[in-house]
Design a protein around this ligand. Sequence first.
Ligand code: ADE
Ligand code: ZN
Length: 326
Amino acid sequence: MADIKLLASLPKAELHLHIEGTLEPTLMWALAKKHGITLPYNSVDDIAKAYQFDDLQSFLDLYYQGANVLRDEDDFFQLMWAYLLRCKEDNVVHTEMMIDPQTHTSRGIGFDVFMTGFTRAIEKAKNELGISCYLILSFLRHLSEEDAIETLAQANDYYEDFIAVGLDSSELGNPPEKFVNVFEQARALGFKCVAHAGEEGPPEYVWQALELLKVDRIDHGVRSAEDPKLMTHLAAQKIPLTVCPQSNLKLRVVNDMAEHNILKLLDEGLLVTVNSDDPSYFGGYMNDNFVALNDALSMSDAQMIKLAKHSFDGSFLPETIKQQWL
Ligand code: ADE
Ligand code: ZN
């Protein structure tokens, strides 16, 4: 079993995080009060108690509802700053996080509002905490490709602030092939590409993300283990999989943490990493995810070190900076 003191000492990068999924019940409650919004909860404790999910969709319903309290620039600043402070506690020195613009633009809140708040916190974290942060513009796959194309166009003044585009939300029934054109546009603009695939969806969705969207890494991807050919391809091409153990447990992708396949994927040579996805909703940040895995699967020190190193290896950091952490 790996030593938990080792975990604290290891610098780590987080590659799979939705900033809207870091909205803690206390901040949700405070912002609802600030904006005069009535929540369907009677207390902060009530909010936390509601976080019991049957599947991805039952989570997404609460997640989009929760984001409704984010209204002005300072709300987005506070959300980002709180997460980056949490990174400091866990020795997360670099993060590549998803923003879901459509969750905000559909409520009349523009890029000028949320990007100003987010970038103010990111700049502060760079200066005061020594944490670097890349942003990923993630399209909501339950919406149309036209909507995604319009969102990419609306982001025009903020392209410099994003490293990549991504694809998230309800996976089943919304395969990667639905978004071929918008990803082609994004690639032509110079963005890296990532997509959620193989979380609830079949290995076929992982193939589509790789072959049709030409993604640089796969978010989740745990169902790839069902397809031996895919496993060989992922290992040979060193495609990073950003795995989120506590998310998988909470959304019933796995029934028990002891059944999680991340160490099997690691031992088979895949570039897997540990991430928190939506930590406020799933019960833990980066180090909590490592602890949950260690408790259930008793990882070795070597496995823990390898997972931490993979987080830099799978990142979009320039090679020279990556090497400093490897
Ligand atoms: N949006 C936020 N978290 C997500 C997840 N785990 N899967 C798909 N979309 C998401
Ligand atoms: Zn995710």
